[in-house]
Write a protein that binds this ligand. Structure first.
Ligand code: ATP
Ligand code: MN
Length: 477
C-alpha cells in the first residue's frame, strides 16, 4: 500500500480503495472523527475511527498536533461537509503532542501570537495557505522568465561596494570586535579583514545583473537582499527576497511592458493553480472586513483584486502629472496627508502612492520620469536635464511594489553623476567599463517578492508572508 497525500486522496474519483496516509491531527471529535492535515492542501481529510474496537489508551494519544499514520478505506462520506472520508482500519501515533502546552489550539490565534510561534504557525490554515502561495509564486517567477528567454543569474550576497545607494547596509567582518586592528589614523584597518576590504550584505543584485545583461542579453536574479534601515513598518523587512530582471537594448517603455506582463503572468498563475488557498484567504478577509466600519470596508474581494490586475492595463502617469493630481487632491487641500505636497520635487510617501492607486485611478499605476535628485545615480538622465527615466509601480493596499529604470549608458554623464554624489570611480570601475566597451541602452527593475506575496494573499503585515521575518530587534528562529 503506497502512502498518499490528502490532496491526492481528495481528488480521487474511484471509491472504495485501500489507502495509507500520514499527517497531523487538527482536531479529534467525539472519540471518532479525526480531521487530518498533511500540508498538501488547505483541506483536511476526515478519518473515522471505530472507537469500540480501538484501545482506549491509543484513543487518548490522538490529540491536536500529534502525527499519525492511518491505514484504511477511502469511501464516499456519509456525513455532511465532505465528499470523501477514510474509514480507519489501523492507526499508529508516530509522534505524541501535549494538549496542555501545544500552542496551536483549534481556535483563532492572533497573528502576533503566531509570529512568536513561527515554527508552528504553518500548521494553521492561514499560514499554510500563505506559504503554499509563496511557493507557487516563486515557481511562477522562474517559469515566466524561463519561457521568455531570460537566464537566471546568482548575484553575490556579500558585496565589496557600498555605492548601490539603496540605504543602510549590514557589515560582514571577521575582525575582533573588541580590539580591531587600527590604521595609523586610528580607523579600523579593513586590509586585515577577511576579504582585505570592508564588505557588506548586498542591498540589490542590480549592478552585477547589469554586467550579465550586457553579455547574455536578458537575465534576472531572485535572491535575498538586506537593508539595515531602522524602519519598523508593515511593509519593510531587514532581509527580503528581490526579483531583478535586467535587459540589454530595452528602454523604459519596454521595461514597463515587461513589468506589466510579468506581474499579470504570476498573478494569473496562482489564480489558475491555487484556487483553494485563494478562496480560503478570501473568506478570511471577508470575515475581517465585517469587523471594520462600513466606510473602511473594501468593495473588492481578494480574487476580484487579483483578477483586476490581470484584466486591466496599468495606468502610466508621469511624476509631474501625479504631483499636479496630488496637489489638487482633497486630502492635500484639507491637510489630511501627513506629508503635504507643495511643490514639484517632493518625494512621494506611501500615503500619496496609495491615494493615486486606490482613490484617484483605481487601478495599478506606473509612475515614471521622476526628479533626478530623489532617485539613484545610475538612472538615465532625460533631455530636460532634471528628470530620470525611473518607474515605480504602485499597487492597491501596498503602494510601491516595483522600482526600476532605464540605466544611464553614457560614460561621461554617469561619471558626472557619481562625482556629484562622491561615489569613487575606483569602487565601480567594472560598472563604468560596461559604458566604455560596447555600451547600449538597457533597463531593469526590482520587485520585492514579499510585497507581491502580500498583495497575492491579502495579508497586511509583511512579517506574515516570509517564514522567519528579520526586522529591527528581531531575529528569532
Ligand atoms: P520603499 O520606498 O518602499 O522603502 P525603496 O524605494 O527603498 O522602497 P527599492 O530600492 O526601489 O525600494 O527596491 C525595489 C523593491 O524592493 C521595492 O519596490 C519594494 O518592492 C522592495 N523593497 C524595498 N525595500 C524593502 C524592504 N525593506 N522590505 C521588503 N521589500 C522591500
Ligand atoms: Mn523604489
Amino acid at each position: 500500500m503506497t502512502h498518499h497525500t490528502v490532496a491526492e486522496l481528495l481528488s480521487n474519483t474511484k471509491t472504495p480503495i485501500e489507502i495509507e496516509i500520514k499527517g497531523w491531527v487538527r482536531t479529534f471529535r467525539a472519540n471518532r472523527f479525526i480531521a487530518l492535515n498533511d500540508g498538501s492542501t488547505i483541506h483536511n481529510i476526515q478519518c473515522v475511527i471505530n472507537f469500540e474496537d480501538t484501545d482506549p489508551k491509543l484513543l487518548k494519544r490522538i490529540t491536536t498536533g500529534a502525527s499519525v499514520s492511518i491505514q484504511g478505506t477511502l469511501v464516499k462520506s456519509q456525513g455532511k461537509g465532505q465528499s470523501l472520508e477514510v474509514q480507519v482500519n489501523a492507526i499508529q501515533v508516530l509522534g505524541d503532542s501535549d494538549p496542555d502546552t501545544y500552542p496551536i489550539q483549534p481556535k483563532k490565534h492572533s497573528f502576533e501570537f503566531l509570529r512568536e510561534n513561527a515554527h508552528l504557525r504553518t500548521r494553521t490554515n492561514t499560514f499554510s495557505a500563505v506559504m503554499r502561495l509563496r511557493s507557487s509564486l516563486s515557481f511562477a517567477v522562474h517559469s515566466y522568465f524561463n519561457s521568455n528567454g531570460f537566464y537566471y543569474m546568482h548575484t553575490p550576497i556579500i558585496t565589496g561596494s557600498d555605492a548601490e545607494g539603496a540605504g543602510e547596509m549590514f557589515r560582514v567582518s571577521t575582525l575582533d570586535q573588541k580590539k580591531p586592528p587600527l590604521t595609523e589614523q586610528g580607523e579600523v584597518d579593513h586590509s586585515k579583514n577577511f576579504f582585505g576590504k570592508d564588505t557588506n550584505l548586498t542591498v540589490s543584485g542590480q549592478l552585477e545583473a547589469e554586467t550579465y545583461a550586457m553579455s547574455l542579453g536578458k537575465v534576472y536574479t531572485f535572491g535575498p537582499t538586506f537593508r539595515a534601515e531602522n524602519s519598523n513598518t508593515s511593509r519593510h523587512l531587514s532581509e527580503f527576497w528581490m526579483i531583478e530582471p535586467e535587459v540589454a537594448f530595452m528602454d523604459l517603455a519596454g521595461n514597463m511592458d515587461l513589468a506589466e506582463s510579468f506581474m499579470k503572468y504570476v498573478i494569473n498563475y496562482i489564480l489558475e493553480h491555487n484556487p483553494d488557498d485563494i478562496k480560503f484567504l478570501e473568506d478570511r478577509l471577508l470575515q475581517e472586513e465585517k469587523n471594520k466600519p462600513q466606510a473602511e470596508r473594501s468593495e473588492m474581494t481578494l480574487s476580484d483584486k487579483l483578477r483586476f490586475v490581470v484584466d486591466n492595463n496599468f495606468k502610466r502617469v508621469s511624476y509631474t502629472e501625479a504631483i499636479d493630481i496630488l496637489r489638487q487632491s482633497k486630502p492635500n487641500k484639507k491637510k489630511k496627508f501627513k506629508y503635504l505636497i507643495n511643490e514639484w520635487g517632493a518625494d512621494l510617501q506611501s500615503e500619496h502612492e496609495r491615494f493615486l492607486v486606490e482613490k484617484h485611478f483605481k487601478c495599478p499605476v506606473i509612475l515614471f520620469d521622476y526628479p533626478a535628485n530623489i532617485k539613484a545615480f545610475y538612472m538615465r538622465l532625460n533631455e530636460d536635464g532634471k528628470t530620470v527615466r525611473a518607474m515605480d509601480i504602485l499597487f492597491p493596499g501596498i503602494g510601491e511594489i516595483v522600482g526600476g529604470s532605464q540605466r544611464e549608458e553614457r560614460l561621461e554623464v554617469l561619471k558626472e553623476k557619481m562625482a556629484a554624489l562622491h561615489i569613487p570611480e575606483e569602487e565601480l570601475w567594472w560598472y563604468l567599463d560596461l559604458r566604455k566597451y560596447g555600451t547600449a541602452v538597457h533597463s531593469g527593475f526590482g520587485l520585492g517578492f514579499e510585497r507581491l506575496v502580500m498583495f497575492a494573499t491579502g495579508m497586511s503585515n509583511i512579517r506574515d508572508v516570509i517564514p522567519y521575518p528579520r526586522t529591527p530587534q528581531n531575529a528569532e528562529f
